[in-house]
Design a binder for this molecule. Sequence first.
Ligand SMILES: Nc1ncnc2c1ncn2[C@@H]1O[C@H](COP(=O)(O)OP(=O)(O)OP(=O)(O)O)[C@@H](O)[C@H]1O
Ligand SMILES: [Mg+2]
Length: 284
Amino acid sequence: MDQAQRLRDIIGDAQVEGPDARIITVSSGKGGVGKTNFTVNLGIALAKLGKKVTIIDADLGLANVDVLFGIVTKYNLSNVIKGESEVQDIIVKGPYDINIISGGSGIMDLIDLDQNELEKLIHTLSYFNTISDYILIDTGAGLSKSVLSFVDAASDVILVITPDPTSITDAYALIKNIIKDDQKKIKLIINRIENNEEGDEVFNKLEQAVSKFLSRELENLGYIFEDNNLKRAVRKQIPLLEAYPRAIASKGIENIAYNLENNHRYAKSNHSFKAFINKLMNKI
Ligand SMILES: Nc1ncnc2c1ncn2[C@@H]1O[C@H](COP(=O)(O)OP(=O)(O)OP(=O)(O)O)[C@@H](O)[C@H]1O
Ligand SMILES: [Mg+2]
């Protein structure tokens, strides 16, 4: 029996109680566009809507999820995969009972995992599936193979862009690399806008290029305004929605959470956890 078949059997055995979590990867072509802040605050906004949320930090960059929450994580997913700690040891509780998981280096080196480690990864992810309505994965920027694996496997992908022209061209390059046989629609967030017209302009520009040259559709999930409160929140290490719930950027993120949850244009997605694991394993 080959490795892929054995993994499929493990997936088949994984206990799935209740409905599957919606797995959303947050990504961008260019770095520094606001992914981590968006992921953290989207998590809070969804939790405020009564959803059970798990955030997985798969970004090895500097401004990590734990830093924005002002928490310290002792162990990470890598430790569990390597058999050095238990799942319960890596879950840190944030506001509104959000589960915060640090990925460590392991999650981005999927290709190098052996059979035993892959099994641990699957079991861990299926545990998060049972305790969550939403699993948000901050994948970091760029086109590494593991980033693309997660983006392709997840039921939803949210790309964060800014009106900066290089952010738009880098987003285009990323969209081009997201496997085309997938019917999954790419959801777009435009961050750091000065006014709604600017958001519309950026969305239309990218949508037209993607529709014309890549024959793919984009969904406009919403805009987030340029807001100094966000920078203040980062410095305080308190997520924006907690520190400044009435800030204009907070309103934008809450609107996006509402859209994801309630607006049927955006709410549709393939929720199957097994499909996620299968796709992930097929990529490696
Ligand atoms: N809406 C906004 N208004 C004002 N400043 C913002 C906004 N969004 C992001 N920023 C600024 O951009 C910085 C980077 O944000 P963040 O760390 O979330 O980006 P990132 O895409 O996760 O970066 P990386 O690619 O390095 O992981 C923030 O610390 C903040 O200073
Ligand atoms: Mg980041």
